[in-house]
Design a protein around this ligand. Structure first.
Ligand code: ARG
Length: 331
């Protein structure tokens, strides 16, 4: 009798382990990956392309992700999301493949299950849970309202920006667009695809102000002193997370195992790897600050199949503004 019970239990366990008896396709994988080691997890990982970790990102967001020129003058992706993405791929034993697109595109691409992870400085916005799963927070920053330095005195409080005559910018699909609607509902809210275009328009005076993440605004302000990070903006879901393809709980557990290492650098043998990633983060920031391309509008660089093909421009610019851009921004 004991034997039969043991056999039944073993069978039941097998059922649970192998996707569960009766569980229809598409149902949530019930396996508990959270207690597994990374070596146990690796062979269980399923990715969009076997052996690869496909990551989507939107490189208009220094120091998270941006284009810079390498020594040979070739546009290259840099930033701490890029370094962390590489770190995660290495940790999982996968080859990293990065696909760049506008920010709202990264969210829809993940939601469509076409990428394994998204690293684009995602805030863990509860409204986004249908599109992606979240990792733990890997970076904590804050939100800001920015304006042209000459207008800083106009904005003593956020309520000063809430006027019908103001054009206030925010990125399409971002939590900053929600912040703009919540804090400046009376203003004309202008949503653009790229943060770098928003910054260009604040500097050129097309926009009166914009909502941008603080560390990003501060990074661009170093290179564009006309940009003033004038007011902090309260926001609840602080911090940045990795976006993980919905329902890929094995991958989520593996990313979180990697993050535990990041968080516990001093107590893990893999500390060295973390130091390398941390150095890469710092280097990325320095690279951005020191590169000769720093006055270039990073997303105005067109890349096809990894090759530089020219500069793209925002179709809304007038010919005069285009000339200014070519002469001033695109070095
Ligand atoms: N943290 C904001 C959000 O999740 C903005 C992120 C924008 N990222 C980017 N790469 N442009 O909505």
């Amino acid at each position: 009798m004991k034997k039969i019970i043991a056999l039944a239990m073993a069978l039941a366990m097998l059922c649970v382990m192998f996707t569960g008896c009766g569980a229809s396709q598409g149902e949530k994988d019930a396996t508990d990956y959270s207690t597994m080691t990374i070596e146990e997890l690796k062979p269980l990982l399923k990715t969009v392309t076997d052996g690869k970790l496909t990551m989507v990102t939107s490189p208009d967001f220094a120091p998270y992700e941006f284009y810079t020129l390498d020594e040979a003058g070739k546009p290259t992706l840099a930033g701490f999301d890029i370094a962390l993405g590489q770190y995660i791929a290495d940790f999982l034993g996968l080859e990293l493949e990065i696909i760049t697109m506008d920010f709202d595109g990264t969210i829809s691409e993940l939601a469509a299950g076409k990428a394994d992870i998204g690293m684009a400085g995602y805030s863990p916005d509860p409204d986004r849970e249908a599109a992606m799963d979240f990792s733990n927070v890997y970076y904590t920053g804050g939100q800001s309202f920015v304006c042209h330095v000459d207008n800083a005195s106009l904005f003593a409080a956020l309520t000063d920006a809430n006027k019908a005559e103001y054009q206030i910018g925010a990125q399409i699909g971002s939590i900053q667009a929600d912040l703009a609607k919540a804090n400046t509902p009376d203003a004309d809210i202008v949503e653009l695809s790229k943060v770098t275009d928003i910054i260009a328009e604040v500097i050129s005076g097309k926009l009166d102000g914009a909502f941008i993440e603080t560390v990003v605004a501060e990074t661009y302000a170093k290179n564009y002193p006309e940009l003033c990070v004038v007011l902090p903006v309260p926001y609840e879901a602080e911090g940045s997370v990795v976006g993980i393809k919905n329902g890929n709980t094995a991958l989520q557990a593996a990313v979180s195992a990697g993050q535990t290492l990041l968080d516990n650098i001093s107590s893990t043998p893999q500390g060295e790897e973390f130091v390398a990633a941390a150095v890469a983060i710092r280097e990325a920031q320095e690279l951005f600050e020191s590169t000769t391309a720093r006055r270039a509008n990073p997303t105005a660089i067109q890349i096809e199949n990894g090759d530089f093909t020219g500069f793209s421009v925002n179709a809304n610019y007038t010919p005069k503004e285009l000339d200014e851009l070519k002469n001033g921004w695109l070095c």
